[in-house]
Design a protein around this ligand. Structure first.
Ligand SMILES: [Zn+2]
Length: 251
């Protein structure tokens, strides 16, 4: 048996009549799979534990050669209980979980663990907080090594002052002189917010006041850039968009 450690449940999948394959993210092992034997038969040791977004202490033993380890037991440390009554917050948490799953190959993603854990806690506390989604996307991009540049023009190296354009191809801002037709113009306020998001700690996020107009501009920009970098279909995004459709809410 390995020493127990903390892990977040990203997703689960049925693998036989009684077993579940659980996708975890942890600081210790990065993303990994484990088999929970008998979990589908509602064994007491797993009841209400193996659900997406739950933080567990896991007890693993090695699987047979080359196979996923066996989840012997788990202690529930935290669950996003309040999100069950908040559809958008729940969908947002699902989006964060899926992004971590999609962006981390097996055994990688250790550095995403604390970001995901703290963001899920904040999502439960403030499910309507406008900056949550762009903030998470920004941090994730940074941890994956794709931090967009917002200070210097990526073409000429000049400092960006008033007019900035975002280049998806270059992964950051370019100045007016270097911008091409496909680049997206950023208002000075949006540029300011993007720079602030870059410096802000997650704890300070609830105190940041973001006007809807800025959310409408920054939100889709970071989302589009992240999707381009990941080059994957994120299913949870469809749910989020459906929820936002009609309400005009974003963020
Ligand atoms: Zn330039």
């Amino acid at each position: 048996m390995f020493d127990p450690f903390e892990a977040l449940v990203l997703s689960t999948r049925e693998v036989s009549e009684s077993d579940l394959l659980v996708n975890f993210l942890s600081e210790k092992r990065g993303r990994f799979l484990a088999v929970a034997k008998g979990a589908r038969r509602s064994l007491r040791r797993f009841v209400n534990k193996l659900e997406s977004g739950h933080l567990l202490r896991v007890y693993l033993r090695p699987g047979r050669r080359g196979l996923a380890p066996i989840l012997e037991a788990a202690d529930l440390l935290w669950a996003p209980e309040r999100l069950r009554r908040h559809p958008r917050g729940f969908a947002l948490a699902g989006y964060f979980l899926e992004l971590c799953e999609r962006s981390s190959p097996p055994a990688e993603g250790r550095e995403l663990f604390s970001l995901l854990r703290e963001t899920l806690r904040l999502t439960e506390q403030y499910p309507d907080l406008p900056g949550l989604k762009p903030y998470f996307e920004f941090r994730l991009l940074r941890l994956l090594g794709w931090a967009p540049e917002f200070e210097l023009c990526l073409a000429c190296g000049g400092r960006i002052r008033e007019s900035a354009f975002f280049s998806f191809r270059k992964g950051g801002v370019v100045c007016r002189g270097c911008a091409s037709e496909e680049d997206r113009r950023l208002t000075p306020r949006t540029l300011g917010v993007l720079r602030a998001l870059n410096r802000l700690s997650l704890k300070a996020l609830p105190r940041m006041i973001l006007p809807q107009s800025v959310i409408r501009e920054t939100g889709p920009l970071l989302e589009a850039f992240l999707l381009k970098v990941l080059d994957q279909d994120i299913k949870a995004l469809k749910v989020l968009r459906e929820l936002d459709h009609g309400t005009g809410a974003r963020g």
